[in-house]
Design a protein around this ligand. Structure first.
Ligand SMILES: Nc1ncnc2c1ncn2[C@@H]1O[C@H](COP(=O)(O)OP(=O)(O)OP(=O)(O)O)[C@@H](O)[C@H]1O
Ligand SMILES: Cc1ncc(CO)c(N)n1
Length: 284
């Protein structure tokens, strides 16, 4: 009998259970995958605020990754809250080793178990708080660009994070070519050849719609969804990127994986709408 797809999140813990690795694991449980978590930081957090952050030593992050990948393997990996250059360096160092290597699956001697030879890597940059304010110095965004972008199959910033990363999305429309990708830090104009695919979450809101923007490496695509009138979207970004991870690992192409992940996230936001909190959780 086949086992569920092993998926790994490298992320922070949200004590409130709404965002971070908890959102990823809930999403993966709902989608029938086997979720694993490498913890980068413990946050004391609720629907109103992040009260404190305790970072794990980078060596401990690296050892967790080694422990998981040397045994369970992973069909896809996503990163969430990393927060420190040293942690980004540790994660990038480990992910860089994966290129071209077969990842050992759960079944011993199972001949690969249908897993791809290299896990899909989704980088979900966590750089702003829910008010859209930068949480870290510019060196953190720079480390994402330098160390993690080259390893990523998809990068999923929200609007504020796209700006901090220098992703040039200002006036993009359906099918526009050429000026996409990740521009130089702060510039937003220049294009990096062979830059990663990008999904800018919540790029635009108008007329009852919220529009995500997908750069497939060649063209921009506007992906609108009906806007739900709720403040309970804590962890929506983590949920979206985790769901894309799961659908990609299941074999869907990028547009289909993103479409399904949007639909999952949308339904989860709708189910969370009864909470009366600051920014409450989704219903997985
Ligand atoms: N009010 C809403 N109604 C419908 N869809 C929404 C709403 N808010 C967010 N979304 C969708 O949820 C997904 C995540 O986008 P969002 O901008 O909330 O990410 P984020 O800022 O990274 O979230 P978080 O930091 O809370 O995890 C996107 O597909 C976005 O379109
Ligand atoms: C731990 C953690 N990761 C990610 C986010 C962003 O959703 C958050 N609020 N907390």
């Amino acid at each position: 009998m086949s086992h569920p797809l092993p998926l790994l999140t490298i992320a922070g813990s949200d004590s409130g259970g709404a965002a971070g690795l908890q959102a990823d694991l809930k999403t993966w449980a709902a989608l029938g995958a086997y979720g694993m978590n490498v913890i980068t930081a413990v946050t004391a957090q609720n629907s109103e605020r992040v009260a404190a952050v305790h970072y794990l030593p980078p060596e401990m992050v690296a050892v967790q990754i080694d422990a998981v990948l040397s045994d369970y393997g992973a069909a896809a990996i996503k990163t969430g809250f990393l927060g420190r250059v040293e942690i980004i360096e540790a994660v990038a160092g480990r992910l860089a080793l994966l290129g071209g290597l077969a990842i050992r699956p759960l079944d011993r001697g199972g001949g690969g178990g249908g897993l791809p030879t290299r896990p899909t890597i989704i980088i979900d940059p966590v750089l702003v708080n829910h008010r859209g304010e930068a949480m870290f110095g510019p060196e953190v965004a720079a480390a994402y660009r330098k160390l993690l972008f080259p390893l990523a199959d998809l990068v999923t910033p929200n609007r504020g994070e796209a700006a901090l990363l220098g992703v040039g999305v200002a006036e993009q429309g359906e099918g526009e070519q050429g000026s996409g990708g990740a521009g130089e830090q702060g510039g937003g104009e220049e294009t990096l050849d062979n830059g990663p695919r990008l999904l800018v979450k919540g790029w635009r809101r108008d007329e009852g719609q919220i529009v995500d923007l997908f750069w497939d490496g060649d063209r921009w695509h506007q992906l609108p969804q009906p806007l739900i009138d709720t403040a309970n979207t804590h962890g929506s970004g983590d949920t979206l990127s985790a769901a894309i991870c799961a659908y990609r690992a299941q074999g869907h192409d990028w547009p289909e994986a993103i479409r399904r992940a949007q639909a999952y996230t949308h339904a989860a936001i709708q189910r969370g709408a009864a909470w009366r909190l600051g920014a409450g959780p989704l219903g997985h």
